[in-house]
Design a protein around this ligand. Structure first.
Ligand SMILES: Cc1cc2nc3c(=O)[nH]c(=O)nc-3n(C[C@H](O)[C@H](O)[C@H](O)COP(=O)(O)OP(=O)(O)OC[C@H]3O[C@@H](n4cnc5c(N)ncnc54)[C@H](O)[C@@H]3O)c2cc1C
Length: 561
């Protein structure tokens, strides 16, 4: 029997339409990450980087484009793949990345995220670079690892001027060359770092890798390295700073992937790490089988030599985690601006306002502290700034990175069930969030480094408190908090046991001081009210009555309709 379709009335056909989609936010894309970030724009001007404003407007537009945001998803959905050998059986140690990863690397390098403060030192250059890095890490954080290591290698490599002369201009070149070929064939190179071994990561003095001199030995001379490394991220870098024991003690070496004669340097990747986050970045385990390397800095002074690199990577962890928090807060604020429940927009409902304002506060405080340290890096000839950098870097690295995972999780919860889905950026931000806290010196190591700094050079603590004095008198809660903290440092008893508490309070004081001096009254007041005096509650969303949550939310919300 033939069905008579003409007999179906149009109204009946509509029965096949199950529903229309309503009450969903527009995608948070095709917006300007810089122009929609008031705290960042103000920070740029405040910290002597107003000259970079136009560059940042352009970079903000690029990092907010849907196509750029998509690169972050593609690079993470397609994990790097490790090939030991080519089809003919030659050892190649090659990691294959998705083209999106290469494009992210290209963008970062083209914009000097690995180079600009070294190529154009001057007022505001660390600040301007930090601002760009903060925007780019909101798109994708994992590729920031080789970008950071390449950037951070410069102060260590400069310890050996003849090696710096060979490598520096290629490290600072703004093009990106991912080819697996000898560095002599490249205009532009990337640098990694290999310290951690199976028996010890924090305690690198436990390294078992040995360095055998090929000639007389000593700074700038050649050695062969034999041993293993348990974590080597971005193993496609062109060279690595490596710690190994020379006859005169633990030393730092520059180890290229290829030998000058064009043969492969015998350090072999064993496998890639199977990571919970940071997956667009390859991290590997490797064996060094007589790998040729050049000593950097003095023999036996490997830790002080490589620590120059490590302190810059720690600073980048502050930027990266601040960027992660900004992106998480932006996602939550955007969603709740468009989503209604129980008859009202979420961001108009008091309980959600408390949560959103708290997330925004945490994010702005992280950025404020990061830009304060960037400003200090820009002014190292000033003794106060130099001493502040020494203490504020481990304090900031510890605090900002540690605040990040819970912030990511709470931002995810603001979005509800859709925030848990893999086509939302939140799962990626969440999985990325613990990484910065663990590498480059885990939390306790940062606290111990803070104690080491103030014990070795009490001037650092004086400088820190002198910095805090700049906001004295602006808020009674702040004055009390800082005064109590000063008293705590008067008592050295059990100081290691108390170190986390002391570092927490140093961090909160520094954040409060910057916000009191430079942010809005609403932000500074809510920060002091919620962070400098106990309300009894510990979760996000514990702002006390009387704070201007609406003003904090409006300041932080990206307006995308
Ligand atoms: C994704 C990823 C990529 C990495 N990439 C690299 C890389 O490229 N190059 C590289 O060299 N390393 C890399 N690492 C290694 C990383 O730096 C180490 O994991 C880190 O330094 C901690 O070392 P560990 O794992 O040996 O832990 P441990 O040193 O065993 O530390 C374990 C815990 O003990 C704490 N602790 C240590 N000493 C003390 C103490 N005295 N008092 C109190 N607490 C203490 C630490 O804070 C930590 O919480 C990477 C790690 C990760 C997760």
């Amino acid at each position: 029997m033939n069905a008579d379709h003409s007999a179906v009335e149009p109204e009946d056909r509509h029965l096949a339409v199950t529903h229309t989609v309503t009450n969903q936010p527009p995608a948070l894309e095709n917006y300007n990450l810089f122009s929609q970030d008031k705290a960042l724009q103000e920070g740029l001007i405040l910290r002597d980087a107003a000259w970079a404003q136009q560059e940042l407007v352009e970079f903000g537009e690029l990092t907010g484009r849907a196509e750029t945001i998509d690169l972050g998803f593609k690079a993470n959905e397609n994990k790097p793949v490790f090939n030991t050998h080519d089809r003919y059986g030659h050892r190649i140690d090659e990691v294959e990345f998705h083209p999106a990863y290469h494009e992210l690397m290209r963008i970062s390098m083209a914009h000097g995220l690995h180079s600009s403060p070294w190529t154009n030192p001057g007022a505001g250059t660390h600040v301007a670079r930090a601002a760009k890095y903060y925007l780019q890490s909101q798109v994708e954080a994992a590729h920031g690892c080789p970008i950071t290591m390449t950037f951070a290698a410069i102060p260590s490599i400069r310890k050996q001027p003849e090696l710096a002369a060979l490598w520096e201009s290629r490290i600072l070149n703004n093009s990106y060359d991912p080819r697996n070929v000898p560095d002599s064939e490249k205009q532009s190179v990337t640098i990694g770092m290999a310290m951690t071994e199976k028996q010890g990561g924090s305690d690198v003095r436990a390294n078992s890798t040995r360095a055998y001199p090929l000639g007389q030995g000593g700074p700038g001379q050649t050695y062969e390295l034999v041993g293993h490394k348990w974590f080597v991220s971005a193993p496609m870098c062109d060279a690595f700073l490596v710690l190994a024991h020379a006859p005169g003690g633990l030393s730092c070496f520059l180890m290229p992937r290829w030998r000058p004669d064009g043969s492969k340097n015998p350090w072999q990747i064993q496998r890639l790490k199977n990571k919970m986050g940071n997956v667009a970045n390859a991290s590997s385990e490797a064996e060094l089988r007589g790998a040729l390397a050049w000593m950097v800095g003095e023999e036996g002074r490997g830790v002080p030599t490589i620590i120059e690199m490590v302190s810059m990577t720690r600073f980048d962890c502050m930027i990266g985690s601040s960027g992660g928090m900004r992106q998480a807060a932006a996602q939550a604020l955007h969603h709740c601006r468009h989503r209604s429940a129980f008859g009202a927009t979420l961001n108009d409902q008091p309980l959600m306002q408390n949560v959103l304002a708290d997330l925004a506060l945490e994010s702005e405080a992280a950025l404020a502290m990061t830009l304060r340290v960037a400003h200090a890096l820009d002014n190292q000839s000033d003794e106060h700034e130099r001493l502040l950098t020494r203490l504020a870097t481990p304090v900031g690295k510890y605090w900002i990175c540690k605040r990040s995972p819970n912030h990511a999780y709470e931002s995810m919860e603001c979005i509800g069930g859709s925030g848990v889905m893999e086509n939302c950026i939140m799962p990626r931000l969440f999985r990325e969030s613990p990484v910065n806290a663990i590498w480059e010196g885990s939390g306790n190591v940062q606290c111990l480094d803070t104690l080491r700094a103030l014990q070795k050079s009490p001037d650092t603590l004086q400088a820190f408190f002198a910095e805090l004095d700049r906001a004295r008198g602006a808020d009674a809660r702040y004055d009390r908090f800082v005064s109590d903290l000063k008293d705590e440092f008067g008592n050295p008893e059990d100081i290691q046991f108390r170190a986390r508490n002391l570092v927490d309070r140093l961090a909160l004081s520094l954040q409060a001081s910057v916000l009191l001096q430079h942010s809005t009254t609403a932000v500074a007041d809510a920060f002091c009210a919620s962070r400098l005096q106990s309300q009894g509650g510990l979760n996000i969303g514990n702002l006390p009555r009387g704070v201007d949550a609406r003003a904090i939310i409006d300041r932080a919300t990206p307006v995308v309709d």
